[in-house]
Write a protein of this length. Structure first.
Length: 422
């Protein structure tokens, strides 16, 4: 039987890599440690920090990172032309530098790498390491291990620069007379590299909202932590964007390990909240099941159509979760988030779970005894509740069938809150 080794794999993604530092912060607090660190592009650099056990230095670098510390005359590229042209004083110098250098002048990026790369810490660490880069112009993959880097000593950072040479935005990186470009051209999440280094368990810190490594999505030895919100473009070094990514990485990791609740929202439980969640979730599913079974959906099917074709409330919630057979608690959290979103609760803040339930219960109690009525009679009160709390003109879907499903979910949720003992 092989020795049990855990690997932490850092995906590539440019400025979105701040997310991984937030995730690392959470992993430290959770007491998680890893024997192997692998990465591609910016992931190779974050993995290098992990090998050096230099969390404070990594956090310092990302907190102070700006476009001009990556590229000479650098500008931020977000998704809007307005943002780019608002930097017009820097835009023309950047374009001139880009043309003259056959890509962005990444001298500041290389200087940062040299500053933070500590060969003594890196090569003496017990944590193994490997990165992915690609030879140019053949575009053939090239894995580089810690042992491969050892002869380069203080210049070993150049391999990280090669892994992050995001051609054609960045120029190719030359190491020992050979040209290399970003490892993402072959494998942006080098899980296979981690397994080849002896990993028996892999944790991936992805940087896309969708899981983008089809070969390992369902692998029993691979766990993914990925952003629950879009992190934007890979060259947006705006201070607020980086802080957003750092915070999201921390919160998503806490959720992945069951310390926080929520999908889009961040719900922080206290002692005793787990029992409260279990009780209210069970009541919610019971109430939803009874309400849905007794609801007349005949108006949504033709005379020769079966009701089987209609999407059920739990199916809707399961789709949000991306799970086939979610637990009562997971379904309740999905329903709660649906209600919070429809009622315009801020998504970019954290909520104390117990306090939030208590607040919502007090709001739901104002509907008593309206929710004790039959489903059809209770619907207008539920709809009015959502509209009253929402900033949107139409907080629910205009398609009646889907709207009724949501109203059933909200009604069961509000009724479960009414009878909860908080």
């Amino acid at each position: 039987m092989s020795e049990h080794k855990k690997a932490l794999v850092f995906a590539g993604g440019g400025s979105k890599g701040a997310y991984q530092i937030g995730a690392w912060k959470a992993l430290r607090e959770l007491g998680e440690s890893f024997d192997i660190a692998c990465g591609t592009s910016i992931g190779s650099i974050n993995a290098g920090f992990y090998v050096q056990n230099d969390f404070d230095a990594a956090y310092e670098m990302w907190e102070g990172l700006r476009a001009d510390r990556i590229m000479t005359n650098g500008i931020n590229f977000d998704k809007t032309f307005e943002s780019i042209f608002s930097q017009r004083d820097q835009l023309i110098p950047f374009i001139k530098t880009f043309i003259n250098s056959k890509g962005a002048d990444v001298t500041p990026f290389h200087e940062n790498l040299q500053k933070y790369f500590d060969p003594d810490k890196f090569f003496s660490s017990d944590v193994d390491y490997a990165l992915m880069t690609v030879k140019y112009p053949s575009f053939t993959p090239f894995e580089v291990t810690k042992d491969d880097m050892r002869p380069y000593g203080a210049d070993a950072w150049k391999w990280m620069a090669a892994s992050g040479a995001a051609y054609p935005v960045f120029p190719v990186m030359n190491v020992d007379g050979e040209d290399y470009v970003d490892g993402g051209y072959y494998d942006n999440i080098p899980v296979a590299t981690a397994f080849k280094r002896g990993a028996t368990e892999v944790l991936v810190l992805d940087l896309k909202t969708e899981k983008n490594h089809e070969g390992y999505i369902h692998h029993p030895r691979v766990k993914y932590i990925k952003p629950t919100r879009d992190l934007g473009t890979f060259l947006n070094f705006d201070k607020d964007a980086l802080r957003f990514s750092l915070n999201l990485g921390y919160n998503d990791t806490m959720k992945a390990y069951g310390k926080y609740y929520g999908l889009q929202y961040t719900l922080i439980p206290a002692d005793g909240d787990e029992e409260a969640l279990s009780a209210i979730a069970s009541d919610f599913i019971d109430l939803l099941t009874v309400s849905e079974a007794g609801f007349d959906f005949s108006k949504y099917v033709s005379k020769r159509q079966r009701v089987n074709a209609l999407e059920g409330s739990t199916t809707i919630l399961s789709g949000i979760l991306g799970a086939d057979k979610p637990t009562d608690e997971e379904l309740f959290i999905a329903a709660l988030e649906m209600l919070l979103k429809s009622c315009s609760y801020e998504i970019d803040r954290s909520y104390r779970f117990g306090d939030l339930l208590y607040h919502l219960k007090s709001e739901a109690d104002s509907l008593y005894p309206m929710l004790e009525r039959d489903t059809d009679e209770a619907f207008p009160y539920v709809l009015n509740f959502v509209k009253t709390h929402s900033e949107a003109k139409n907080p629910l879907n205009k398609k009646l069938e889907e709207e009724d499903r949501k109203l059933l979910i909200f009604m069961a949720l509000l009724r479960a809150l009414q009878q909860a003992k908080l």
